[in-house]
Design a protein around this ligand. Sequence first.
Ligand code: HEM
Length: 146
Amino acid sequence: MEYVTALTVHIISVVVWIGGVSFVTMITFPMILRVDKSLEQVMMFQGVEHRFGKIAKVMVVLAGLSGLYLIYEKGLSPGVWIMIAVWSFYASLLFGLEKMIFKKLFSKPDQQADMKKVFNLLQTFHWVVLGLSFLAIAAGIYAGHY
Ligand code: HEM
């Protein structure tokens, strides 16, 4: 019973968190890239990121804690190591790296040409991160079913 509860918490947190990353990548970025003014782009991005950042942090912690319990119940396997690797990458982004990157990227928000480049780069980066997330989902399913 505890195993099923932990797995349910694990999957719900992963769904909310990676669902959010999918939404930002597939909906928010194309919207931002259609806006002309760079300052407006930065405001839109920061508004979404500020709200989602908090939710993502809670979900990452919940996925990690439930994951630890699942290891206690089921043990470690190669699939679990892949989940841990992707999770660690996300956690370091959310709890530190992201702030440093944003500071650098948004230090001159009025430079029109630069901002287009920055948002194109950020969108590509989000596709990469989303790809890694799908890999972690596949690894989790593999760990649970083979
Ligand atoms: C990117 C983050 C993660 C994603 C997307 C993810 C996704 C998943 C998925 C989809 C399952 C499937 C379970 C099933 O099909 O029954 C699963 C199971 C599991 N996850 Fe994760 N997970 C993540 C992070 C973690 C972390 C950080 C840990 C460990 C600290 C972890 C440990 C486990 C364990 C032990 C299982 C159970 C495997 C089994 O039943 O034998 N996961 N995860």
